[in-house]
Design a protein around this ligand. Sequence first.
Ligand code: SF4
Length: 450
Amino acid sequence: MPAVNIALQSRPHRDASVDHAIQAIVAGASTAATCTTDLAAGPWDFDIRPGYGPGSSMGDVIPTGAPRQGELPREYREASESELAERIRAAKATLGDRVVVLGHFYQREEVVTHADYVGDSFQLANAALEHPDAEAIVFCGVHFMAETADLLSRPEQAVILPNLAAGCSMADMADIDQVEECWEQLAEVYGDLDAPDAEGRVPVVPVTYMNSSAAIKGFVGRHGGIVCTSSNARTVLEWAFARGRRVLFFPDQHLGRNTAKAMGVPLEQMPMWNPRKPLGGSDAATLEDARVILWHGFCSVHRRFTVDQITAARAEHPGVRVIVHPECPMEVVDAADEAGSTDYIRKAIEAATEPTTFAIGTEVNLVQRLAAQHPQHEIFCLDPVVCPCSTMYRIHPGYLAWVLEALVAGERPNRITVPADVAEPARLALERMLAAKPPAAPASHGENAS
Ligand code: SF4
């Protein structure tokens, strides 16, 4: 199979490896800073410990039932970078078209370099559709992404997550039991949630970001709701407002707030739902007046970006173009020049014809790769501290080599399967998203206007 990367049209001219940068910091060969020196260790050192491991999510609370990875065989833990790369190449060559390897934008360079496709989660799930005859889809991303690929792939295809501990702290913040409990409480406030008003709109339409478990997508599908991505959040909210008086948006409060604010929804009509408090910490009058109820979730990678970082970037680099992801807090999005999805950021840099300085507010692996691919521009991460996504970090080349060689041996390790009773409504929510029409006018502040 030819290597067809969605994002990588040319190989980097500089070292795109965040891992090498972290090793240099820990060895004292670089004056840059990292959020934890644990990042220089292999992720297998953390598989038996509680928590998400080192990186941006290390302070987040991990659910007790979160999948754990069994011990990686010693031969993969002790192999050198070059040995692992050679074993991965050899296993892929043996498997040929029987396997497709997908690499998320935020994945380490040492893994991305072996991917047949590189992109965001939905692009990658769709890329897998182009290979209906592949027996295995190895998803180098996090758990909810592998679930989405399983939803969209054929039943006999095995979706493999190289490290089961690669979850997503944001997705884990919307637990299905808490969401069901929230729905029951909303029914006490609004009455029958299936009863349309005189204009044909129900009291509340649930909307979930792609970054959520299949169980949440299934919940949304069962209750007339829809999935969104960071690229189409505005289109999806318009779809939902046409069918409901208000929206319950999970799990990312920031994407929900930034998108709804750009659509003109006042902040006072966007109460937060904290699942640990009665009525989410709100009251019946506030919920009655609400237009968007925001689940109390966030991405710990994008929460690291601040207005102070933007101020410093503008002071040090006059004329800098600041682009941030809409998972960043509202103040950061407001202070940036543009906000948009990972694909928006990539395309904005590719479209710049003059040498430009870009300060980017998204995960450092993507930023460093873009910097290496576009040496004519100066591109840097707004966060001066090197702190990658904790859970993406769990996919190390050692795990990729292990699953590929197991596939060569006829095994199917770490298969991710969504149960049929969840998969059916989850697919319905995804189909509604694909059928939703884009807004009539183009967005003015990034492609998703957030
Ligand atoms: S960057 Fe944020 S949303 Fe994406 S996988 Fe990591 S924790 Fe989850």
